[in-house]
Design a protein around this ligand. Sequence first.
Ligand code: PEP
Length: 249
Amino acid sequence: MRSKIVAGNWKMNKNRTETEALLAELSAKLPDTNAEVMVAPPYVNLGEAVRYLDDSIIAVIAQNMHFAESGAYTGEISADMLLDIGVDTAIIGHSERRAYFGETDAILAKKVAFALEKNIRTMFCFGEELEDRKSGNHFNVVADQLKNALFSLDASAWKNIVLAYEPVWAIGTGETASPEQAQEMHAFIRKTITDRYDANVAGNVSILYGGSVKPGNANEIFSKPDVDGGLIGGASLVADDFIAIIKAI
Ligand code: PEP
C-alpha cells in the first residue's frame, strides 16, 4: 500500500553512544505524523537501536543484506540475522554499494528476490549518474535499472517494495534535483511500472526521492504528486534537520 515515508540512511556514521544520543533526541522531538519514519544505523548498532525504539513508531532498517541463506560470505549479514533482531526492512542497491562494492544489477536482482522470499521489505535504490543526465540518457538508465533488478518479480511481490530514486549526482553533493526534475522522473518510473505490470501496482508503490534533501528544500520536493517521501543521508544525522524533514512530509 502506498504510504508516505521518511527514512534516514546513517551510512558509516555514529558509534553506539552517538546512536543512543541521536535516537533519544529523535524520540523526544518526533512530531505526530501519518508518515512511516525509519532509521538505518550501521549493522553493529542495529540490535541496540531496535531495543531502544521498542515502543516507538520509528522503525529500524538495514542498509544492506546478502542474497545467500548463510555460509562463507565473510563480512556479510543474512536476512535471517536481520529478522532475528527485529529488522524486517533493508535498503538494497544504494549507489554507494554499486560504486564502491561492485554491486551490479544482477547481484541486486538476487538480493531483492531473496529479501522478498524472506518477507523482508525492500527499499530499492537506483538513479542515474551525472553523465547520463547530461547526455539525456537518464530515463533509459533508470528504466534499465528497474527492469534488470525488479521486473522478473511477480506483481504480488511489489507490495513489499519501496523505491528510492536517487540521482547519483545529487547524493551527498549539496546538489538537489529540482522538484520538477524529481516529479518528472517519478512519473516516468510509475509509467514504466504500469507498462510492465499495471496501474494498480504502479499506483500502490511508494517512490521516495533521495539526494541532498534538507529542511530547506523538503517541502517543495514532497509537494510533488508522485514523490511519496525521502531517503535522507546527511540531514538524517542531525536530529533537528531530520525532524524538520519529517514535519515537511
Ligand atoms: C543517500 O545516501 O541516500 C542520500 C540521499 O544522501 P544525502 O541526503 O546526503 O544526499
